[in-house]
Design a binder for this molecule. Structure first.
Ligand SMILES: Nc1ncnc2c1ncn2[C@@H]1O[C@H](COP(=O)(O)OP(=O)(O)OP(=O)(O)O)[C@@H](O)[C@H]1O
Ligand SMILES: [Mg+2]
Length: 251
């Protein structure tokens, strides 16, 4: 691995992403739990074993007082950048995006974390929802069909890289679990809806057609994934997420 000339390409509150000639270094702040960093690297290693095209993890090591994941760099642009620069062909890209997600859902990885366990833990910890609402959400979650499909958990066009030769790579596996694919689709719908409702509806339409899934089945997951996302505590998202949690249903 060659980390000379590493260049900062992205900076967030708790992490910095660098690139060098052939590597990407995702470096987390020292407050970020070590176990989360290892969990992300382990998820990515498990996904490598499914045969999906993901960047190979090379190492997890201490860096600037925190922990960093070092992985191979994939060339190309994110599908988000491509979609934004070629809006005329947005439907074609959305088709491609859904095909990639369906390919992920066709895989299994028996040792990956379980979606339902993760969601119920996150909802239980959400003290800004009343105990009544949490109970209703957990009952709803419990009533959903249990599946073991690989779910990305943060599947949006910024986590898909397209190379000049057409190579498709999927990155950012920190939220990956095994579970019900419709929950993963509801999560993707929500990620679009937080930015652009029209695009969200286009996504839902194409996902439901391609996967032969009823819209209502995906929609039933919306309140659960919205609550789960609320636990990230992003102030600007709260209002919309509360609408999707649709509390009036339970009162
Ligand atoms: N292996 C890679 N090869 C090339 N570019 C990468 C690679 N990994 C990350 N990147 C670039 O860095 C950006 C951020 O990486 P990543 O998606 O893993 O982090 P993130 O979006 O900040 O994570 P999170 O969604 O958990 O907040 C990507 O959008 C991509 O442009
Ligand atoms: Mg990302």
């Amino acid at each position: 691995m060659d980390l000379t000339n590493k260049k900062l390409i992205l900076e967030r509150k708790h992490k910095k992403v660098y690139e060098s000639n052939d590597c990407i270094i995702k470096s987390f702040s020292k407050e970020h739990p070590k176990s989360d960093v290892f969990n992300e690297a382990l998820n990515q290693a498990r996904i490598e074993e499914t045969g999906l095209n993901v960047p190979k993890v090379l190492a997890v090591e201490e860096m600037d007082g925190g922990w960093a994941i070092i992985m191979l760099k994939k060339n190309g642009k994110t599908l988000k950048e491509i979609m934004e620069s070629d809006k005329e062909n947005i439907r074609k890209y959305m088709d491609m995006f859904v095909d990639i997600q369906l390919d992920i859902h066709s895989k299994s990885s028996p040792l990956l974390n379980r979606m339902n366990l993760k969601f119920s833990r996150q909802i239980n910890e959400l003290k800004e929802l009343s105990a009544t609402i949490r109970y209703e959400l957990l009952t709803r979650l419990d009533g959903m069909k249990k599946h073991t499909k690989v779910c990305h958990g943060d599947f949006n066009p910024s986590n898909v890289l397209i190379g000049e030769d057409g190579e498709i790579s999927i990155i950012d596996w920190s939220h990956a679990t095994q579970g019900n694919a419709a929950a993963d689709a509801a999560n993707t719908y929500l990620l679009f809806a937080l930015e652009d409702k029209e695009l969200a509806d286009m996504y839902m339409d194409i996902y439901c057609k391609k996967s032969d899934t009823a819209r209502q089945y995906v929609q039933r997951w919306l309140s659960i994934v919205a609550a789960q996302r609320l636990s990230k505590n992003v102030e600007s998202e709260k209002e919309l997420l509360m609408q999707y949690i649709d509390v009036v249903d339970y009162l």
